[in-house]
Design a protein around this ligand. Structure first.
Ligand SMILES: C[S@@+](CC[C@H](N)C(=O)[O-])C[C@H]1O[C@@H](n2cnc3c(N)ncnc32)[C@H](O)[C@@H]1O
Length: 249
């Protein structure tokens, strides 16, 4: 059996009791170490779960998944994922490949960036398509996030950022704003400007969570201490959403 287990966003203690029992009874425990990060390292997880943890990088999960699926034919194998496991296509792909291997899969859910953004007061019902901002290393011009913002019209747009945990590189809110400003310079759609109202979030779902609502030129001057970070451009707001955001100005 393959258990795909969400760890939540904070530390080793955010897993559910059900997940804890499953991990304790697993023969092999992998940790997806590239789609996001917790506030603690894998040693803390090993101590709390009493199990050795094998770090699974992108290559292992995406192209060498037989190393996870083969043993799961006869043993209990757990794959731990930061946040909720079913928000990344990578893990849906693993479920499909498990079917080809005749391996049964059980998914254990947890808190995710996708529900903790509700702490901002913005209603989850009013979000449009999510956009991911990639590191371009100043080599490529990527316009998709800007086009998603345009398509979302009156709906709120959540921007998730690229990350390279293996190199300890996490995109900052400032880098994401710069990315969107560069898109604006190229596409001139009038969507990104100094007075645009934004909501910046970092380390949601942890004791260090920061949410700041304000206009672009203000937020650019702020420092957000913790990672991961994300950004929301609100669309049309209900008055309760506006009142909630007052708490973060
Ligand atoms: C591929 S998503 C991972 C989603 C994860 N499986 C989940 O359910 O939360 C990674 C990106 O989401 C955002 N993110 C993840 N956790 C976050 C947090 N605690 N606070 C703010 N943004 C977060 C960051 O932009 C990060 O680079």
């Amino acid at each position: 059996m393959l258990y795909i287990i969400g760890l939540g966003l904070g530390d080793e203690m955010d897993i559910t009791m059900r997940a804890w029992y499953i991990i304790r009874n697993s023969d092999l425990v992998f940790l997806d170490s590239y789609t996001s990060v917790l506030n603690v390292n894998s040693k803390a997880l090993e101590e709390f779960y009493g199990k050795e943890i094998i770090l699974a990088d992108r290559k292992l999960v995406e192209t060498q998944s037989d190393k996870i699926l083969d043993p799961a034919k006869k043993q209990n194998v757990a794959l731990l994922v930061v946040g909720d496991p079913m928000f990344a296509t990578t893990h849906s792909d693993l479920v499909l490949r498990a079917r080809d291997f005749n391996v049964k899969v059980k998914i254990i859910h947890n808190t995710s960036v996708f529900n903790t953004i509700a702490d901002t007061g913005l209603s989850l019902y009013n979000f449009g398509k999510v956009a991911s901002i990639p590191f371009t290393d100043d080599k490529w011009e990527v316009n998709t996030p800007y086009n998603v913002l345009k398509e979302n019209k009156d709906l709120h747009t959540l921007f998730l950022f690229d990350l390279r945990p293996e190199k300890n590189e996490f995109m900052t809110i400032n880098q994401a704003i710069k990315f969107l400003e560069d898109c604006e310079r190229r596409l001139a759609g009038g969507l990104i400007h100094d007075d645009l109202f934004l909501v910046a979030c970092s380390s949601l779902g942890t004791d260090n969570q920061q949410i700041k609502a304000g206009i672009l030129k203000e937020l650019k001057t702020m420092k957000f201490r913790k990672f991961p970070q994300c950004l929301i451009i609100p669309g049309k707001m209900h008055f309760v959403e506006e009142q909630m955001l007052e708490l973060f100005k």
